[in-house]
Design a protein around this ligand. Structure first.
Ligand code: APR
Ligand code: PHB
Length: 390
């Protein structure tokens, strides 16, 4: 098989790039290890920054997002028994975010790829990357007993944190930065009316909690749990009881509970791999970086990589200008690190740390007190949450 761009991974990063390139006539193939159903069964993030929503529209995939997604102009931080609102619209100079599930967004991208006869190949096994530093890279994979070879100009590693692409960069070249947090988030999806029309991030001595939503009939809630907890040990009832305890009284009284449709525990991690380019391989999304979900940056950081990569590819194929490709790693990483900083800060401010000392808790109190007493601090939070410019 021959193509211009071989994209490894059919998650949101890979599919979005595939769709954008296709619309500009740049031939590409997506290789995905799992089935489409499996990819679409993963419940992940749900907050899209303005620039990401624009990119979805440019990819001709914004119709359902615009119809069913909700525009949110603010969210709440609950602490010390009270609720303070962050007015995103006011403090970001008129911007907002779109609440639309990653699962739905991925479904829209798959449907668009199918509609346009895009090549998305599922169930590929043993994907291997070859000759990345030469002029003629290629990728091989196994399909049953057959080994298939894909010759291409460029390889995109959009295969998530556990993918093969990042591991194909030699150890001496790659530098990894990581922080693992001593807790996870237990998440529940339930077909119930959300407790609040806007998200509530709650700091509580028993641990952090988040009230989020997918629509006005579908709620997503999280509580911080120790890493040793097992999801099977958490009954729905125990989850709702614990969530109630961590919310201000007036909120917990309104909470409508129901059977969980999905329940899982995700560990929290900060991770960056540098550089994001090696020869003709370009990393994007979770393959290169992970953030704890507290700042809603994960999916959005993937989208900014795709924005830079897409424009770099347009420069190369349409204008013969390689400066975008040459500058990709530095440009993407500059924004990635800002998302890391913001996610780390939100995480540190709102979670309960098992080994914290009184001094640390006083600083957390002060961080929140400063935030809600300073317009400059609110502006800083808001501009990061709605997404820094690309
Ligand atoms: N070969 C082919 N495909 C692979 C391989 C491999 N060796 N390894 C992983 N994949 C596939 C996975 O099955 C998955 O569908 O790559 C895809 C990667 O998708 P995601 O993990 O969703 O990563 P990405 O597309 O970068 O999405 C951005 O940011 O914070 C997160 O929740 C957010 O998942 C979202 C991510
Ligand atoms: C979610 O709805 O899944 C969600 C929302 C905001 C976050 C993290 C997760 O910060």
């Amino acid at each position: 098989m021959k193509t211009k761009v071989c994209i490894i991974g059919g998650g949101p990063s890979g599919l979005l790039l595939s769709q954008l390139l296709h619309l500009k006539g740049i031939d590409n193939v997506v290789l995905e290890r799992q089935s489409r159903e499996y990819v679409l069964s993963r419940i992940r993030a749900g907050v899209l920054e303005h620039g990401f929503a624009e990119l979805m529209r440019e990819a001709q995939c914004g119709e359902r997002m615009d119809r069913e997604g909700e525009i949110h102009e603010g969210f709440f931080i609950a602490h010390d028994g009270r609720m303070d609102r962050v007015d995103l619209h006011r403090y970001s100079g008129g911007s907002s975010v779109v609440v639309y599930g990653q699962t739905e967004l991925t479904r829209d991208l798959y449907e668009a790829r199918e509609r346009m006869n895009g090549r998305v190949i599922h169930h590929v096994e043993d994907v291997k990357l070859h000759e990345l530093t030469g002029d003629a890279p290629y990728v091989t994979y196994r399909s049953g007993d057959e080994i298939v070879r894909v010759d291409c100009d460029y390889v995109i590693g959009a295969d998530g944190f556990h993918g093969v692409s990042r591991k194909s960069i030699p150890r001496g070249v790659l530098r990894e930065y990581e922080r693992v947090y001593p807790f996870g988030w237990l998440g529940v999806l339930s077909r119930t009316k959300p407790v609040s029309p806007e998200l509530i991030y709650a700091r509580h001595e028993r641990g952090f909690a988040l009230c989020s939503l997918r629509s006005q009939v579908l709620s997503r809630y999280y509580i911080q749990v120790p890493l040793s907890d097992k999801v099977e040990e958490w009954s729905d009832e125990a989850f709702w009881d614990e969530l109630r305890r961590r919310l201000p009284e007036e909120v917990s009284q309104r909470l409508i509970t129901g059977a969980s449709i999905e329940k899982s525990i995700a560990p929290l991690r900060s991770f960056v791999a540098e550089p994001m380019r090696h020869g003709r391989l370009f990393l994007a999304g979770d393959a290169a970086h992970i953030v704890p979900p507290t700042g809603a940056r994960g999916l959005n950081s993937a989208a900014s990589d795709i924005y830079y990569l897409y424009h770099a590819m347009l420069g190369h194929y349409l204008d013969g200008d390689d400066s975008g490709l040459d500058g990709y790693s530095a440009k993407a990483l500059a924004r990635v690190w800002k998302a890391q900083r913001f996610s780390w800060w939100m995480t540190m401010m709102l979670h309960t740390f098992p080994d914290s000392i009184d001094y640390d808790r006083k600083l957390q109190d002060t961080d929140l007190a400063y935030l809600f007493s300073s317009e400059a601090a609110l502006r800083s939070l808001a501009e990061n949450y709605v997404g820094l410019p690309f």
